[in-house]
Design a protein around this ligand. Structure first.
Ligand code: GTP
Length: 497
């Protein structure tokens, strides 16, 4: 990889690391916002439940006052005198006045028939009501609060009751106060919430007693309505533990962070749902900006890489062009000399010579003159291909100029270089060039072979010896090869033919 590309890849990695860190930070901040949302919902539900619990204590105090004042002898089957009856009714009217959100306060006898009431006509039979059944079944219960019910006054109410027992602990009557839904609603109106947030008071069956917040047009869920099933389940589960819980849920078809706080002593829970979209609006904007930035930088990186790669390809092409002979595609003279310098330095270190096989096409001027330059060019290409077919991967063939070629052989030995030159001699003899109706051209070449000597770090000297050997071959009648007189070898080699 080029240094420039490495730099760019490094920059990209840095960008990726920075964006990953920013992404993790963004993800964390999302969790933090959710956590804060849950904490706010919890604080709000706790506050409302405390208000409500305080109100219930007041109601319970008033009902207990009634049970303290009324004696078993005031209730059927006993028959108090008219004055006592009037006293009790006055007491109930007074007590009712002290509970502004109560719609009635009364006393049932042991059979659950209404014996005294502030306003209702007495004699009403409530024995089929759940609260009567519960208190009659278990007189030891010191109080009982109902779920939302439809009262004999034809309205929704919650009734808070206390048993009246005789000295032996037997149930002789029940005192109770019916609580209007305004009893619950007034607390909610004090809470400030956003337009999509919800605060509601629900009973243990998930029915809404009061609600602050929009009953959205699509899903109007006001007093008397039932919560959706998943929320009902949460409320029912909560009623068993009497504690608090938080969870994400759909409220009026919008995702919300919900806190449920149970009153514990009453079958009532406070539900606060903070609209998740509102809480997350700022974060969503940030996330969108992040995604946009990421996409933009991604595009820039792709464009940058594309430009760098194109530039590198162009540079590579120019380099290839600068190193390559355009006709034969072999290395040119300049590139050959650069390679030779490198190989000679290595050969000198390893004490192994480099071989130079120099070859020149015989009578090439005549070929050009007789067959034309086009055929001459084809002959040059054919010789280059013959060189490529014969060499090993580590050898470097090159065109030095005109009809002169050279092959550089690293780690050469005289016999191996001779053998390669002989093979090439044969291969060139086998070349046939024929185009259209022109006569077939057959070519030969003369070879000079030399090996570098220890201390020779530039190719000029071995090339010069190879050149002399090649002229020796020319003088010997061409189409032959000649080994330079060095390293104790005979001054001339043998032609393979
Ligand atoms: N077709 C063609 N001819 C070229 C090219 N470059 C050089 N030549 C010709 O190659 C010929 C080289 O001839 P020389 O090497 O001097 O002599 P020769 O005819 O080969 O004779 P010997 O080398 O003694 O066998 C010249 O006529 C150049 O014009 C080329 O790229 N294409």
């Amino acid at each position: 990889m080029r240094r420039k590309t490495q730099g760019i890849v490094l920059c990209i990695l840095l960008f990726v690391a920075a964006f990953t860190a920013a992404g993790i930070d963004l993800y964390r901040s999302r969790n933090e916002i959710r956590e804060r949302g849950f904490a706010s919902a919890e604080a709000m539900s706790f506050l409302v439940s405390e208000w409500l619990a305080g109100s219930f204590r007041e109601v319970d105090y008033v009902v207990r006052n009634v049970t303290d004042v009324i004696h078993p002898g005031d209730l059927p089957p006993f028959a108090p005198d008219a004055e006592r009856r009037a006293d009790i009714t006055r007491l109930l009217i007074d007590k009712h006045k002290s509970l502004p959100h109560s719609d009635e306060i009364g006393v049932f006898d042991g059979q659950c028939r209404l014996a005294f009431a502030a306003y209702s006509p007495i004699g009403w039979d409530a024995s089929d009501r759940d609260y009567c059944k519960a208190l009659r079944a278990n007189p030891a219960l010191d109080h009982f609060t109902t779920n939302l019910l439809w009262s004999n006054l034809n309205k929704y109410e919650v009734v808070h009751l206390r048993p009246l027992t005789d000295s032996r602990g037997r149930l002789v009557g029940i005192a109770g106060a019916g609580l209007d839904l305004s009893f619950f609603q007034r607390w909610l109106d004090r809470v400030h919430i956003g337009p999509h947030d919800t605060v509601a008071i629900v009973d243990n069956r998930g029915r809404i007693l009061a609600r602050h917040g929009p009953a959205t047009p699509g899903a109007p869920k006001g007093p008397g309505h039932q919560l959706d099933y998943p929320l009902q389940r949460q409320v029912a589960a909560l009623s068993l533990t009497g504690a608090a819980r938080r969870f994400p849920a759909e409220l009026d078809d919008r995702p919300a962070l919900v806190s449920l706080q149970h009153l514990g002593a009453q079958p009532i829970a406070v539900l606060v749902g903070l609209d998740e979209a509102t809480l997350m609006r700022e974060w969503n904007d940030k996330a969108a900006q992040f995604a946009f930035g990421l996409a933009l930088i991604g595009i820039l990186i792709v464009l940058l890489l594309r430009n760098v790669w194109l530039a590198e390809e162009r540079a590579e092409l120019l380099f290839q062009q600068a190193c390559t002979d355009p006709l034969t595609r072999l290395a040119n003279r300049r590139h050959f000399f650069e390679t030779a310098l490198r190989e000679l330095a290595r050969a000198d270190r390893n004490l192994t010579p480099c071989g130079f096989i120099l070859l020149d096409i015989d009578n090439f001027k005549e070929i050009n003159d007789l067959y034309g330059h086009r055929i001459g060019d084809l002959a040059l290409v054919a010789v280059a291909n013959a060189c490529l077919a014969i060499i090993r991967d580590t050898d470097t063939p090159a065109r030095l100029g005109g009809d002169e070629f050279v092959i550089l052989i690293p780690d050469a030995d005289p016999a191996g270089a001779m053998a390669m030159a002989n093979r090439l001699l044969d291969a060139i003899r086998a070349i046939r060039i024929q185009e259209d109706n022109s006569p077939t051209l057959q070519i030969t070449a003369s070879f000079g072979i030399a090996l570098s000597q220890h201390g020779e770090l530039t190719p000029e000297a071995p090339l010069s010896r190879a050149d002399s050997a090649m002229y020796e071959a020319k003088r010997a009648g061409r189409d032959t090869l000649c080994m330079a007189a060095d390293r104790g070898l005979p001054p001339t080699g043998q032609a393979s033919a």
